[in-house]
Design a protein around this ligand. Structure first.
Ligand code: SF4
Ligand code: SF4
Length: 400
């Protein structure tokens, strides 16, 4: 357990599924060099199979006795889906004056799955009783990370100063036990460098008092970031004071540090004549219990009660927090804290606090291989990682 723990709260009542967070993360960290298929932040439609496909059925995490559970490593092609492009060039040169006027707009590879593949499908009988909501997901920077426990190389570590979980790329040999061990499947294999990579909670931003890019850019203003022990932070108030923010799949045993305000308001159902059934709710409570456990009952009751109180009296601290008036209140980070820690460790000013992530033979060289490897990956569980040359890419060094 770390000395302090950063946490994020996401209010699912306000997520509009716009994917701005996804793009903010992707353009900053994962749009190149073997990370193309990775989504450190993704927003999936629930109910749905998610990303990677059926991730909730792929094992990992811990049982009640605290033993690590076996897990499955998703197949890059079938379960994540290989990023594809379209035949733009063919269309650009197509002669529409000859023959058919349908040039045929199509993907240039076989498409089998991808992030958001089942967007907005949901479940139920449209239009009387169907439903879905959006579920944004990042690494939970767990207190008891399955990825860390599964790694036989001690290549995954949790920072004492803020609980951020990182991969030491110099130690990682690409065995991928971590992927099997993470029940959220939020750590990914980079086939180009034969190493595992994951969300870093934008630690270079955080150390300067800025929130992660996904939170900063969120147009729905659903994300709050702060330290769990900071009683002035809205994260503390949502998680501990009001207890309306609860972790996803707590039953996996990793003690996740991303918390969710569950969806509390869904449109009412319609009867056979298309009339509203008063008091009905489309989202089955058993689905919310599956995701958030029994604590979801208290969370929903509290949000509804505070909403009513606000309507009747004009007052509610909880509603004021959830409305999220100002970024300055939503994000309570502390650059001074990091400066003090940095001073005590005597690194260069503004250098990452844990410089294991930035240093080393893999992270300081820039030679790209001519062959870029395959999406099927080259590593095996036996540790026979075959590198496409011991090279790295500029993405890793942006943390420095
Ligand atoms: S969500 Fe997965 S990758 Fe992230 S810390 Fe937890 S176990 Fe590790
Ligand atoms: S940017 Fe915010 S509102 Fe948009 S999908 Fe992401 S979490 Fe939801």
């Amino acid at each position: 357990m770390s000395k302090r723990q950063l946490a994020m709260v996401m209010d699912l009542n306000k997520c509009i599924g716009c994917q701005t967070c996804t793009v903010a993360c992707k353009t900053q960290w994962t749009n190149r060099n073997g990370r193309e298929y990775m989504y450190w932040n993704n927003v999936e439609t629930y109910p749905g199979d998610g990303y990677p496909k059926k991730w909730m059925e792929l094992g990992g995490g811990f049982d009640k006795a605290g033993d690590l559970q076996e897990g499955i490593i998703p197949n890059i092609q079938a379960d994540y889906g290989v990023p594809w492009d379209y035949n733009y060039e063919e269309l650009a040169t197509f002669d529409f004056t000859k023959g058919s006027s349908t040039a045929g707009f199509h993907a240039t590879t076989d498409t089998t799955w991808g992030p958001n593949w089942d967007e907005d499908e949901g479940k139920g009988d449209f239009p009387n009783d169907n439903y879905f909501f959006y579920l944004p997901r990042i690494c939970n920077h767990c207190t008891n990370p399955g990825c860390l426990s599964a790694c036989p190389r001690d290549a995954i570590f949790k920072r004492d100063e803020d609980g951020v979980v990182l991969v030491d790329l110099d130690r990682c040999n690409g065995y991928r036990y971590c992927i099997a061990g993470c029940p959220y499947k939020k750590i990914y294999f980079n086939p180009k460098i034969s190493k595992s990579e994951k969300c870093i909670l934008c630690f270079p931003r955080i150390e300067q008092g800025l929130p992660p890019a996904c939170a900063q850019q969120c147009v729905g203003r659903i994300r709050f970031v702060g330290f769990l022990d900071d009683q002035e932070s809205q994260v503390y108030k949502l998680v501990t004071k009001f207890k309306v923010a609860i972790p996803l799949r707590k039953d996996y045993g990793t003690q996740p540090n991303v918390y969710y305000v569950p969806p509390t308001e869904a449109p009412a159902k319609f009867d056979a004549d298309g009339k509203i059934i008063e008091g009905s709710d489309r989202i089955p409570i058993k689905e919310l219990v599956k995701l958030f456990g029994e604590d979801v009952h208290h969370a929903i009751k509290t949000v509804k009660a505070e909403k009513k109180k606000r309507a009747e009296t004009g007052e509610s601290e909880l509603m004021d927090i959830l409305i999220a008036y100002q970024h300055a209140d939503m994000f309570r980070l502390d650059a001074n804290y990091y400066q003090e820690v940095a001073k005590s460790k005597e690194p260069k000013p503004l250098a990452p606090i844990d410089d294991r992530y930035a240093k080393g033979k893999f992270t300081l060289e820039f030679t790209l291989p001519e062959s870029h490897g395959t999406h099927e990956g080259n590593a095996t569980h036996e540790g026979n990682a075959t590198h496409e040359g011991n090279t790295t890419d500029e993405g890793n060094t942006t943390h420095a």
